[in-house]
Write a protein that binds this ligand. Structure first.
Ligand SMILES: Cc1cc2nc3c(=O)[nH]c(=O)nc-3n(C[C@H](O)[C@H](O)[C@H](O)COP(=O)(O)OP(=O)(O)OC[C@H]3O[C@@H](n4cnc5c(N)ncnc54)[C@H](O)[C@@H]3O)c2cc1C
Length: 381
């Protein structure tokens, strides 16, 4: 900058400094009038060059000069938001699938569902204002995201660039993967994200025909800010969303994490470990030597942790599919640290498990309806 100052411009600064008062003219820069002195962009774009010596320099010409927005009423802004939001609440009060938690597992579940079943209405409940869970950074708040093969297929499918390191790939910033995945989910016409909304509880119904005699029939929700203030305010009843299938991906235990498995444990509905589904709850607990609580994730072992998460992704109790790190809480499987492949694939697998459960429920409902209709017809005849 100093090299560009003419004598007159130096004088302007000097006079401003004398009485130490800020002046509008104090930072006038008066460059010499020559196109060669103009920044490269002026020459290339043919835009207006700086003003000649002795006059004020012009501002750069940009495509946004003299900008003017279309007029709008404040009430219009309000209605544009509220009518859509409450319309969505209305539409999704009965959802096909509700996903609790928009971390890497929940988002990849929603993405996969939108791909394999565009007819299925999916509501995502995320307690945080910002969706994405723990996948905005790698471990210890570093930037890069490590994904072990073959989970890199999802990156390739989404068009996220990565460095191929042989057995694993590295995305230069975890936020690149998460924002890309999130953008696909948000663009899907059959998916609605309700963020800043916490799942406070589950809807549990009894049915002697299902395993364990109970199934999950939806979620109990509230604004997260309300959920956080139940101790200080009174009587802040929640809202509800009925669902054919709930996918829970609340992450490992924490202030909000592992919400669903903790609730199921309190209700005596888990643990439910693979291969023990045929046993009743007390036999399972006795076999495991457990009190009715979730065991919690075990110590870190990257190699076994990721396979176990994906392979154990399942409908843990009728109506509820578990995926991502929340599973480690109920299975006592190891934590994996900052490697995210299992989260993505577990979410994708959960979409298929949830869809199968949904189709089964839809078929059962259709059969029941047909039987009721036939019985009514028989009575009428
Ligand atoms: C710094 C750092 C350290 C990590 N350390 C570990 C580690 O030690 N072990 C490990 O295995 N992984 C670790 N990871 C990896 C990563 O956190 C997890 O593997 C991954 O985030 C889990 O994905 P998820 O989708 O299961 O859960 P999360 O990414 O945790 O997403 C869960 C989502 O559910 C939401 N949620 C929770 N409860 C509710 C509720 N009641 N209602 C609505 N929404 C809810 C949360 O807000 C969140 O968005 C780490 C990541 C980072 C960035």
């Amino acid at each position: 900058m100093a090299a560009m100052l003419s004598r007159s411009s130096v004088r302007v600064f000097a006079s401003a400094a004398k009485d130490n008062k800020p002046r509008a003219s104090a930072n006038r820069v008066v460059p010499k009038a020559s196109l060669n002195d103009a920044p490269k962009q002026y020459i290339e774009t043919g835009a207006e060059a700086p003003m000649p010596t002795g006059s004020l320099p012009s501002m750069a010409t940009t495509p946004f000069d003299n900008y003017q927005f279309a007029p709008i009423r404040e009430a219009t802004v309000s209605r544009a938001m509220t009518k859509r939001y409450f319309g969505d609440l209305d539409n999704y009060a009965e959802s096909d699938v509700v996903i609790i938690g928009a971390g890497s597992a929940g988002l990849s579940c929603a993405y996969e569902l939108s791909k394999i079943a565009p007819d299925v209405r999916v509501a995502i409940i995320e307690q945080n204002v910002s969706p994405g869970g723990g996948a905005w950074l790698g471990g210890q708040l570093f930037s890069a995201m490590v994904v072990r093969k073959p989970a890199d297929k999802l990156m390739a499918e989404l068009g996220v660039e990565y460095e191929d390191e042989g057995d694993y790939v590295v995305v230069k910033h975890a936020a690149l993967m998460t924002s890309t995945l999130l953008s696909k989910v948000l663009a899907a016409p059959n998916v609605k994200l309700f963020n800043a909304t916490a799942a406070e509880d589950l809807i549990i119904r009894e049915d002697p025909n299902v395993r364990g005699g109970k199934y999950v029939g939806g979620v109990v929700t509230n604004w997260t800010l309300v959920t956080l203030h139940h101790d200080t305010q009174s009587c802040m009843d929640p809202n509800v969303i009925e669902a054919q299938v709930v996918v829970s991906s609340c992450g490992h235990d924490g202030p909000m994490g592992a919400h669903s498995v903790k609730r199921l444990a309190k209700l005596g509905m888990v643990p439910d470990v693979p291969g023990m589904a045929a046993l009743d709850m007390n036999s399972r607990l006795a076999k495991l030597g457990m009190v009715p609580d979730v065991p919690g994730m075990a110590a870190l072992d990257m190699n076994s942790a990721e396979d176990r998460i994906v392979n154990n992704t399942r409908e843990v109790v009728p109506g509820m599919v578990l995926c991502g790190m929340e599973l480690s809480e109920v299975d006592g499987s190891p934590r994996m640290g900052p490697t995210f492949g299992a989260m993505f694939v577990s979410g994708q697998k959960a979409a298929h498990v949830a869809l199968a459960a949904l189709r089964k429920r839809q078929a059962a409902a259709a059969a029941k309806k047909a039987a009721t209709g036939a019985a009514a017809e028989a009575i009428a005849a």
